[in-house]
Ligand binder design. Structure first.
Ligand code: SAH
Length: 375
């Protein structure tokens, strides 16, 4: 007999939007960009020129594009590169190597991205939605609900801004290349699937059609929307998949990750396996370590048994503090024991650093308010 599943309709419905964000050429595929050029009376080759400025030189100001005739620049700016995100403020920590940027969108909505320079790579953590509808009780983003989906242009603009910051040497250590992109900021990427996929293509397509960042260096993190994971598998772009599991048992996961009432732990892991089988990629299991909630030895044992024959890697995230939450991070000895047990099953496990915690820029802390963001 088929199991009755609650229809979490609201979660997937596009929230009402008063004014649509301006259309941007990053919302379109390369064919669509050419078509747009022709539609406004420009030869199709202009689309490539525009893409080169944007994706190769991270320049979104047509007034400075000398290969575009002066009298066309205003039209190009309006139709191809309207300003989608405006920097409200930046907060830094780690001597400037971690930087959280607060962006205002055309309708006043705020989102955040976090740029992190490490010795061997520089990663930007971007938002795919303003707010989030998934309602995980330990995550700050979920507490305000979903405001709206971001467009591909708005998502891509966060990455291009980060690439520009790196290229212009704004981070300590001088010029560098943006090497990694993680969809781990505000929002549930799989609940804004089409815009996220267009953005993934913009990020991974070779220049000039995209930023030319390798698919393996792009991570899409999800609470476990199985339909989205299956769709992603069929795209043929082997991005890294991360699944926010947080506990191996359905009883607790129903409260920690409420979408679990629709797709259970086993269904989510099976979808991740299908993804791994098709792409050959190992996936990540994200697990926020919450003191006395999900960090018991028996849960580590259960997780080890679930994962021992899977192509998965566990990333433990010490719980980051969020306003109003009664929960805290696990004790060091409990965390160490959790790791030890997982390792007895041969499951690879790492503990994520808490980069950005001091500026409310770490996992689960992005809430995008001009007032609460520390400065
Ligand atoms: N909605 C997606 C993308 C967000 S990724 C997802 O949940 O996967 C952000 C990661 O940080 C997720 O694994 C999330 O569960 C985790 N997280 C949320 N709140 C946290 C907190 N307070 N401390 C540590 N990790 C947290």
């Amino acid at each position: 007999m088929a199991i009755e599943r609650p229809e979490l309709k609201l979660v997937f419905d596009e929230p009402k939007q008063k004014v649509k964000p301006p259309k941007h050429f990053a919302d379109l595929d390369p064919e669509g960009r050419k078509a747009l050029a022709e539609e406004i009376g420009l030869p199709a080759f202009r689309a490539k020129q525009i893409a080169t400025h944007f994706f190769t030189h991270y320049n979104d100001d047509p007034e400075t594009w000398t290969d575009i005739p002066k009298d066309l620049r205003a039209l190009v700016a309006e139709k191809f590169t309207p300003k989608l995100i405006t920097l409200v403020k930046s907060v830094t920590t780690d001597s400037g190597k971690t930087r959280k940027d607060l962006w205002r969108l055309h309708d006043g909505v705020l989102v955040e991205s976090v740029l992190m320079r490490y010795t061997d790579r520089t990663t930007v953590c971007i938002s795919s939605q303003a707010g989030c509808g998934m309602n995980c009780p330990f995550c700050a983003t979920g507490q305000g609900g979903l405001t709206r989906n971001l467009t591909a242009g708005e998502i891509t603009a966060q990455v291009v801004a980060a690439a520009r910051i790196c290229a212009e040497g704004e981070l300590p250590g001088g010029e560098t290349r943006l090497s990694n992109v993680v969809f781990m900021g505000m929002g549930e990427p799989m609940a804004n699937y089409n815009a996220v996929m267009r953005s993934v293509r913009n990020i991974t397509a070779p220049q000039p059609d995209g930023l030319g960042i390798g698919a393996r260096s792009v991570t899409v993190s999800t609470v476990g929307l199985v339909n989205g994971i299956d769709k992603l598998r069929d795209e043929g772009i082997p991005v890294t998949l991360a699944v926010s599991l947080h506990t191996p048992d359905d009883e607790l996961r129903d409260t920690l990750v409420p979408i679990n009432s629709r797709w259970k732990v086993k269904e989510v892991l099976d979808a991740a396996d299908r993804y791994s089988d098709k792409t050959g990629r190992r996936y990540s299991i994200e697990y926020a370590m919450i003191k006395d909630i999900n960090d018991q030895a028996w849960r580590s044992d259960l997780l080890g048994r679930l994962l021992k024959n899977r192509n998965a890697h566990v990333n433990l995230i010490p719980l980051n503090p969020t306003p109003g939450s009664k929960w805290t991070a696990s004790r060091p000895q409990d965390e160490a024991e959790f790791v030890r047990i997982l390792e007895t099953y041969g499951v690879p496990v790492t503990v994520r650093d808490t980069r950005g915690r001091e500026i409310d820029g770490a996992c689960g802390q992005l809430a995008a308010s001009e007032i609460t963001s520390s400065s």
